[in-house]
Unconditional design. Structure first.
Lengths: 315, 420
């Protein structure tokens, strides 16, 4: 068939393709615009403003009452810094303790659940749904239920009594146990969600690796440590980063279950930010703590990526 | 035809303008306040005041409650000429006075002979650093002791009185306690989980405040509350905290004999009585007092109003302010269930007329306290001290710290806060 446009056809087509590309790009941007405008106004500007606020003095009055503070907000926060009395020190210590236990426990529970449900157990699908349920249940309802279960004469204490452990007080009302109540709820809530990730990871482990291991005479224990676990390290890496971030920004569970108490035993960094901003009306200092929180999470995440190469195995 | 229309229209317009022109001598008082649409008494003030003062009109400017103080501060800085300013935060009165935004009222008060004693001390927080009265309270919530009459009748025990010491109260609470948990338990009293409900009584001597950095005066009240807990006469704090039981539900359940609480609870009790939701009779008396403190001393917090220095109708503004803060305004406010700051026998009479109000004489007498002290004084570090005392309160009440340890920690932390 003859080309109707003759010699100029090729160039013309190229010209038209360029125009089409431009139009497509424009259409793509138009589709993205509503989302991006929303993100720009409601996320990007407030984030930028909060960074700026860390270096300003503002107690909520008219905008012309804002004054430049330099590093004063940070200096105020670090004044007499220690881990027993200073507000920042205490909340930092509590958050670190909470993270230190919640992250490994969540990972262990999620992995165990996934391993158990990855076999062709009768009713595996039902159990998967059951274990995932805490993640989609209303957080407030979950926290209130756990508070009741962990009360002085609640079911948890009664069961512990049966095995000879006497707690004798409401978990959320004790300096010793309150933080453990928060850890239990967080682990219980997150384990089901990350179990799903591990299940997906397990699907990706090639069967021939197990076959080879069997031929080499490996038992179940060896297979787990030499095949399953190394093959799951990318999932573990992802889960540990997500859980660390979750733990550092923990707020809702604390606010509902303990309000940071008794005393300051469960007061976390975000609770402190909330208090500074909305009770003491010191937006500058609140932003300064928020910046510190951001820096901590960033450093930990970067460190995790740095050591990633040492233990994460991408096949 | 068109010309006729034009003439007619002009005539109509003139006719509309005429009454406005005639009424030009009317003075309009501009009043700045918050939540006007949702608070019925503003409208009641306006109607009653305009009816009593022909020629004076009241016009409200409604601002959002949330950042009311900042907004009014900005308006005043910009030379706003509104006449009357309602005051939301106690500290605003002293701040605005220091900046010359609000006018001293002493000459007006002296000229009118306003009975300052009727405020039972609640006007004192509106005295500025130079000793001028710069605002007057129109509302004041204070704390009283509610009790369940039916439980006292059933036990054959005399009702609480307006002159009881805290020791007598504790004894009475133990006397009223009976039964077994889950079956027929009656609690002698009830403390809500707030710090104010357990230990704020220390400020009722008019000497101690919660902002002075010295908390030894709270020990007596902590020991009293923990002792009642040990005796099973009040529900245990950790259980209340863990279960989140509200004091209103606890008292309404009908097995709590006494409840120290703010006067605002009256509104709920009145409406529950009228709706038939409440199955028992109640009364209230003045809160107990320590041996060396006069009976009828309590604590509370006022809400007031002031006059703008830049107002061009100061005399008219004073008329409105003295009306809402004085006896007439108090009588207007009384039927709404809110407690007027100005209280005398005549006002108490109107308050007691409300349907569902207890009918006994002791309740009526308890409407007039001897002295009302501020729950928290005005000060720079007050929010920090509030948070700190609340935190230590939870430690003492959960018995994680002994009373002595807790108070020592309060003192140490207060010293650090006040030093900054």
């Amino acid at each position: 068939m003859l080309n109707a446009t003759g010699l100029g056809g090729n160039a013309n087509r190229r010209y038209r393709a360029g125009k089409l590309e431009k139009r497509n790009t424009l259409i793509a941007y138009t589709f993205l615009a509503p989302n991006f405008i929303g993100f720009f106004i409601f996320t990007l500007i407030p984030v930028a403003f909060s960074i700026a606020l860390a270096f300003l003095n503002w107690n909520g009055g008219a905008l012309n009452t804002i004054t430049f503070a330099g590093l004063e907000n940070f200096a105020t926060l670090l004044k007499r810094f220690n881990f027993t009395r200073n507000e920042l020190g205490v909340t930092l210590k509590n958050t670190a303790f909470f993270t230190l236990f919640t992250v490994p426990l969540s990972i262990a529970c999620a992995l165990l659940l996934a391993l158990a449900l990855n076999r062709a157990v009768c009713g595996a699908k039902v159990f998967r749904t059951i274990f995932f349920f805490p993640y989609i249940a209303s957080l407030v309802a979950v926290c209130v239920c756990w508070s009741f279960m962990l009360m002085k004469l609640g079911p948890v204490n009664q069961m512990l009594e049966l095995v000879g452990i006497s707690v004798g007080k409401s978990w959320t009302q004790s300096r010793e146990y309150a933080i453990w109540a928060l850890i239990i709820v967080s682990v219980w809530r997150n384990a089901g969600y990350y179990m799903v990730m591990y299940l997906a990871g397990l699907q990706g482990v090639p069967a021939e690796l197990y076959e080879a291991a069997t031929v080499d005479g490996a038992n179940g224990w060896h297979k787990f440590w030499k095949v399953t676990f190394p093959m799951l390290t990318p999932t573990t890496f992802f889960v540990s980063i997500m859980m660390t971030i979750y733990c550092f920004k923990i707020f809702d569970v604390v606010q509902i279950m303990t309000e940071g108490g008794p005393g300051r035993s469960t007061k976390m960094l975000v609770n402190y930010i909330y208090q500074l901003a909305f009770i003491d009306i010191k937006y500058g200092q609140a932003s300064a703590v928020a910046m510190a929180l951001f820096a901590i999470v960033l450093i930990i995440t970067l460190a995790q990526f740095r050591i990633e190469k040492k233990w994460v195995n991408y096949m | 035809m068109r010309r006729i229309m034009a003439v007619l229209l002009a005539a109509v317009m003139l006719a509309c303008l005429a009454p406005a022109a005639l009424a030009e001598e009317d003075v309009t008082i501009t009043v700045v306040a918050w939540d006007i649409a949702t608070t019925p008494y503003y409208q009641m003030y306006k109607e009653a005041f305009e009816a009593a003062n022909p020629g004076l009109k009241v016009e409200y400017i409604d601002l959002a409650a949330q950042d009311y103080s900042q907004k009014v501060g900005t308006m005043l800085a910009g030379g706003d000429k509104s006449d009357v300013l309602f005051i939301k935060e106690l500290s605003d009165a002293t701040n605005w006075s220091a900046q010359g935004y609000i006018a001293p009222l002493d000459d007006y008060i002296a000229a009118d002979g306003l009975d300052m004693g009727a405020f039972a001390g609640m006007a004192d927080c509106y005295v500025d650093l130079e000793g001028n009265q710069v605002a007057l309270p129109y509302r004041a919530d204070y704390w009283v002791l509610f009790y369940n009459k039916d439980l006292f009748d059933a036990a054959g025990v005399d009702y609480p009185t307006n002159d009881m010491t805290w020791d007598q109260y504790a004894e009475l609470a133990k006397q009223m306690t009976s039964g077994t948990e889950g079956v027929d338990k009656v609690y002698g009293s009830h403390y809500h989980t707030w710090r104010s409900d357990v230990v704020n009584w220390a400020v009722c001597d008019g000497v101690n405040t919660l902002a002075d950095g010295e908390y030894g005066d709270l020990a007596y009240f902590y020991n009293l509350a923990l002792d009642l807990e040990d005796a099973g006469a009040v529900m245990a704090y950790p259980d209340l905290k863990a279960s989140g039981l509200h004091y209103r539900g606890a008292f309404a359940a009908g097995n709590v004999a006494m409840l120290p609480m703010g006067y605002w609870e009256m509104g709920n009790l009145v409406s529950d009585t009228n709706s038939g939701d409440m199955s028992f009779n109640y009364g209230f008396v003045a809160v107990p007092h320590k041996e060396d403190v006069p009976a009828g001393s309590t604590f509370g917090s006022p809400t007031g109003a002031s006059i703008n220095t830049a107002s061009e109708n100061k005399d008219a503004a004073w008329k409105f302010l003295s009306y809402i803060a004085g006896e007439e305004g108090a009588k207007t406010l009384a039927p709404t269930g809110n407690r007027p700051a100005f209280i005398n026998d005549a006002v108490a009479e109107v308050m007691a007329l409300v349907d569902g109000f207890p009918t006994d004489e002791a309740s009526k007498a308890a409407l007039i306290p001897t002295a009302v002290y501020l729950e928290w004084p005005i000060g720079e570090k007050v929010t920090e001290l509030k948070t700190m005392t609340d935190e230590e309160h939870t430690l003492i009440m959960t018995r994680e710290l002994t009373v002595e340890e807790g108070i020592a920690e309060m003192n140490e932390r207060a010293a650090e806060i006040l030093a900054d």
